[in-house]
Design a protein around this ligand. Structure first.
Ligand code: F0G
Length: 471
């Protein structure tokens, strides 16, 4: 009798996140929602039949094999924890080589004891943001099913990442949808340079998201936004690397900016799975930080009490909220353009994650975001505005006493400083007009940590005097 061959198909499948539905779909299907009830999908594994390491430290053996692409990648060296595709199909550009560093400068600013605040610097990814963690996974899935085009709506980072994977691998064409005037030049320049077909629509991210879903379904283009459950599998590895850097010890808090809520959802899935597998003994608490100008999660979770309730959220609360936004013509508006989103596609997964990780949600103003960003920069880890929401949020939770100064806190810095230099330069500028033009209309009235350029004549003595005066 021939031995039966167990394939990825048997070991991974897609499943509706609503427990009372639980419909399942083949791992090779391309879908972003459940046919039966319309909810989001998870990638689920038959762990019993898979070679899961006995201890997380078993992954350390891969460090000595860093010449192998799948061991070098900070995503795929954890392949056993996201085993939905065979190794030979994996498309990697060396993503996930990102450091976790303690920052005493930021700890002082947040009000933590020194040594207790860590920054997970995802800006070090090949396209400059955490998106590469998820993109390598979604792109790999797209490759396994033979996709030739891949699309996304984006505030700029997802599109930069997709464009990068397409142009490096030459396996697919990137089709990206962005809102007009809503994308920073750093990010737009990446998509253009990498050769993506760039569709700039008259509208914002929420409009672009709706359109890309329609277009992908009409033209059969593979969609890589975080409604794609494979994206979130890759993003789980950010948490694996955090644990790895902490000697596999679980921190007390993970603090992350909230936009489309893919990260927060994937982090909760990561910890839930590790605990179920017996690889960790507790999960950290989760804090998701909205920008005040794009605060749907905060409003629903903290003000209106919307909860996952084991898969039975009160949908009416959400419907009423969106109806209110529509009737008042409210649009998301924040300097943190990456998270300028009012209709987060992963809302329900995030609610489930908040339940699993005893989570809290906060909103921070643009002023708080930019001040926190300047402090992150002054401590040596530049980040884009959206990323600094995590630090501003940690500071708020610390001042409320929700976070204890001696707890161990990890703030995720989601994107590189050079993604959005306009906001940074405007904050530091001494030109009031430029400050007002970029920041003023958004309620940013002061730059507490501005590092002003010194204007000086092109004259040797004047330059020397300026340096002596400012040293
Ligand atoms: N930080 C940065 C730098 C981002 O680019 C994004 C999302 C987020 C945070 C929010 O993460 O969606 O997982 O809650 N950017 C998406 C984009 C929307 O199109 O690049 P999330």
């Amino acid at each position: 009798m021939a031995a039966s061959v167990v394939t990825e198909k048997d070991l991974a499948y897609q499943q509706c996140i609503v427990p009372s539905c639980g419909a399942t779909y083949d791992v090779g299907e391309v879908r972003t929602s459940c046919d039966a009830c319309g909810a989001l999908l998870d990638v689920v594994y038959q762990w019993d039949a898979l070679p899961v390491p006995k201890s997380l430290s078993d992954f350390e053996t891969k460090w000595s094999r860093r010449n192998e692409p799948l061991c070098r990648s900070g995503v795929w060296r954890f392949h056993e924890l996201l085993p939905f595709a065979p190794p030979e199909k994996v498309v990697t550009v060396g993503e996930g080589q990102t450091p976790l560093s303690p920052s005493d400068g930021v700890a002082d600013y947040v009000g933590m004891s020194r040594g207790q605040l860590f920054l997970q610097y995802e800006g070090m990814n090949p396209s400059g943001s955490f998106k590469d963690n998820g993109m390598t996974a979604a792109f790999t899935h797209a490759h396994t099913i033979g996709a030739k085009r891949a699309a996304c709506a984006s505030t700029g980072n997802t599109s930069a990442s997709l464009a990068l994977y397409c142009c490096v691998s030459k396996l697919m064409q990137a089709v990206i949808f962005i809102g007009s005037g809503k994308i920073s030049y750093g990010k737009l320049s990446q998509a253009l340079d990498y050769g993506a077909l760039t569709i700039q629509i008259a509208g914002d991210f929420d409009d672009a998201m709706q359109r890309v879903r329609e277009v992908s379904s009409r033209l059969g283009i593979y969609l890589v936004n975080s409604v794609n459950p494979f994206r979130l599998e890759g993003q789980k590895t950010i948490m694996f690397r955090v644990l790895e850097s902490l000697g596999w010890e679980v921190p007390d808090w993970i603090v992350v900016p909230g936009g489309n809520l893919g990260n927060s959802s994937s982090f909760a899935k990561a910890f839930h799975e590790l605990k179920a597998l017996g690889l960790i003994d507790r999960v950290p608490r989760l804090a998701v930080i909205n920008a005040k100008g794009a605060d749907t999660l905060y409003e629903l979770y903290e003000s209106r009490g919307l909860r996952w309730r084991g898969g039975m959220p009160n949908i009416e609360v959400l419907d009423n909220y969106y109806a209110e936004l529509d009737s008042a013509h409210v649009r998301a508006d924040t300097i943190a353009s990456a998270i300028e989103i009012n209709r987060p596609v992963n809302l329900f997964k995030c609610l489930r994650g908040l339940e699993c990780m005893d989570g809290v949600v906060r909103e921070v103003t643009d002023q708080e975001i930019l001040d926190a960003k300047a402090q992150v920069g002054a401590s040596g880890f530049g980040c884009e505005p959206a990323s600094a929401a995590s630090v501003a949020g940690a500071r708020m939770l610390r001042s409320e006493g929700v976070i204890n100064p001696n707890e161990r806190v990890v703030c995720i810095l989601t994107g590189h400083q050079l993604k959005d230099p306009t906001a940074t330069v405007a904050y530091h500028t001494s030109d009031q007009k430029e400050f007002d033009r970029v920041l003023g209309s958004r309620g940013v009235s002061r730059a507490a940590f501005a590092n002003r350029a010194v204007q000086v004549d092109n004259d040797l003595d004047a330059i020397v005097r300026a340096i002596q005066l400012n040293s």
